[in-house]
Design a binder for this molecule. Sequence first.
Ligand code: ADP
Ligand SMILES: N[C@@H](CCOP(=O)(O)O)C(=O)O
Length: 324
Amino acid sequence: MAVYTQVPAETLAAFLERYDVGTLVAAKGIAEGVENSNYLVDTTGADGTGARFILTLYEKRVDAADLPFFMALLDHLADKGLPVPPAVKDREGREIQELAGRPACLIRFLPGVSLSHPTPAQALAAGRAMADMHAAVADFTPTRANSMGMASWQPLFERCGRSLDEIAPGLHDDLGFAIDAVTAAWRPDDFDHVAIHADLFPDNVLMLGDKVTGLIDFYFACTDIRVYDLAIMHSAWSFDTTGRHHDAAVGDGLLRGYESRFPLSPFEQAQFRNLASGACIRFALSRAWDWLNTPADALVTRKDPLAYVRRLAHYAPELVRHAR
Ligand SMILES: Nc1ncnc2c1ncn2[C@@H]1O[C@H](COP(=O)(O)OP(=O)(O)O)[C@@H](O)[C@H]1O
Ligand SMILES: N[C@@H](CCOP(=O)(O)O)C(=O)O
C-alpha cells in the first residue's frame, strides 16, 4: 500500500481547477509502489469525454529540488515519442505543484500492466525500450548525480551498521566485503555516461502483450554509467521475486533487445558482472535500510533485502560467504 498522504475529495476537486481537465469524477488510492503516494484520478475531461490521470505526491526519498530534472527528462523523452508519462501543465504552464503539504504532479495516464512474470519476448521488448531511451537522451543536457550511486553504498552500509545481522546472520560482513570488492573494480571513467532510469524493474514497465506501453517511475533517474542501467534491469528482471531462481532466457532476451541498438563492447561485457553486482548491493542496501526502519505493521509492504543478496551470489558467488 502506498498512500502516505490522504487528499480529501474537496481538496482534490479544488486542485484540479488549476488545470484544463474538466472536473473530478472519481479518485482512488493506488496500492502498488513504495516511494510516493499515487491516486488514479478520473475527470470529465476538457472536452467532456472523460480523462484519466495519475496524481503523485512526492514522499520519502524524492527531493523536491530534483523534480525539475525528472520532469525535464520526461518531457524530453515524450517529445521524442517514447511511451513515458509527462506531467500535465496547469493553465499557467506549471508542472510541479504543492498539494496537501507535499510536492505534487498530475501525470498523464498510460495504458498497460506491469508484469510479475515476464517472458523472454517481453524482456526483449523491454530491453529494446531501454535502448530507445538511451538513444533519445543523447542530446539531453541536464544532469543529476546518482544519490544511490556507488559513492553512497559505504555510508548507507555504515548507517545500517550491525543491525544488518538482525535481518540475517552474517549479512553485515557479506555486504561489507562485497562493497569493498565491487567498488575496487568499479571503473566509471571508462564508460559512457547518460541520463539513466536507474530503477527499471518489471513493475516500472507497462506492457500490453509483448508491446511496451509505458516506462514509468523516473524518480531515481540520474546521470550515471549507461550500461549500469542495463545491469540494474538485468538483476531485476531475470530472477523470481525471491532471487533464488535465475531465468537465463529472460536475461538473454533483455540483453538481445538492448544490444539490437547498443551492442556491448568487449570492455562492457567484461565489466557487466561487476556492474550487476553493484546493482545488487544498491538494492540490498536500500531495502535493508527500509526493512530496519519500517515498522513491521506499517501499511507499506517491506521488500526483502535478501532477494538481492541471493542475486549477488548469482553474479559473484565468491563475494557471498553465507548461504541464504
Ligand atoms: N503514468 C502512469 N500511468 C498508468 N499507471 C501508472 C502511472 N504511474 C504510476 N502508475 C501506477 O501506479 C503504480 C505506482 O507507481 P510508481 O511510480 O511505481 O510508484 P512509486 O514511485 O511509489 O514506486 C504503478 O505500479 C502503476 O500501476
Ligand atoms: N525498485 C526498488 C524500490 C523502488 O520501488 P518502486 O516501486 O519505486 O520501483 C526495489 O525493488 O527495491
